[in-house]
Design a protein around this ligand. Structure first.
Ligand SMILES: [Zn+2]
Length: 224
């Protein structure tokens, strides 16, 4: 899966890893302040996921931020054994259940977007039947400039896009107002994956919007 099915005005911003605890905290504060709906693909190995439970847990409980499985320690799954693939997903599932009380299935995001039939079949046996990739990227898995992040947002914040960003470097935390401007100017509504596939009545309605695109998502859900 690389985009949200159908036509509409939805944007799924998905944020990975969690190398930097301060970035996890500031992104979560950003969500709290703006109502933006997000999916975090967690690597439980990073301290950020235990250090930020107080701010993050309420947003996870309310469904505004969804947590997904990005493996425990971020190996390229196409280069490791079947048992390691299973361990990576299982350990991270266990961590997410114990720390946040959530079941991350059926989605998973393979590190580096790398997966093959073996990876998909081991993951599916564990209930992770939907490898969740992306259509566009903020390109911030390494440290890049604020301007470049905004340029990437301008390029990829489009209707029905799944966009990847990272919880790893500080520059993105300085451009939140610009990201909000792009989302607002393009009349997009942010969603996490459960909003689209599990609870399609949930997406935050922008002021003055009608329900047409939500209906469309519900239809897709039914025929899926
Ligand atoms: Zn990653």
């Amino acid at each position: 899966m690389t985009k949200i099915p159908g036509t509409g005005d939805l944007l799924a911003l998905t944020l990975d890893d969690g190398v930097n605890s301060e970035v996890v905290r500031l992104y979560t504060q950003f969500a709290k302040d703006t109502g933006i709906r997000l999916t975090y693909f967690v690597n439980g190995v990073y301290d950020s996921w235990t250090e930020n439970t107080a701010i993050l847990r309420p947003l996870v409980d309310s469904g505004q931020i969804q947590l997904g499985n990005h493996t425990w320690s971020h190996p390229d799954l196409t280069t490791v054994s079947k048992s390691r693939i299973a361990d990576e997903l299982t350990q991270n599932d266990k961590f997410l259940r114990q720390t946040y009380g959530v079941d991350a299935r059926p989605y998973f995001r393979p590190p580096y977007g790398k997966h093959n039939d073996t990876v998909d079949s081991v993951a599916a046996d564990l209930g992770h039947t939907v490898p969740t990739l992306w259509f566009g990227s903020l390109s911030d898995s390494t440290q890049i400039t604020e301007d470049y992040i905004v340029q990437m947002a301008n390029q990829y914040f489009n209707p029905q896009a799944i966009v990847i960003g990272h919880l790893n470097y500080v520059p993105v935390t300085h451009v939140y107002p610009k990201l909000v401007d792009i989302i607002r100017d393009r009349k997009l509504r942010t969603v996490n994956l459960n909003d689209v596939f599990v609870n399609p009545e949930n997406p935050a309605k922008r002021p003055g919007s009608d329900a047409d695109s939500v209906d469309e998502v519900i239809k897709l859900q039914i025929t899926r």
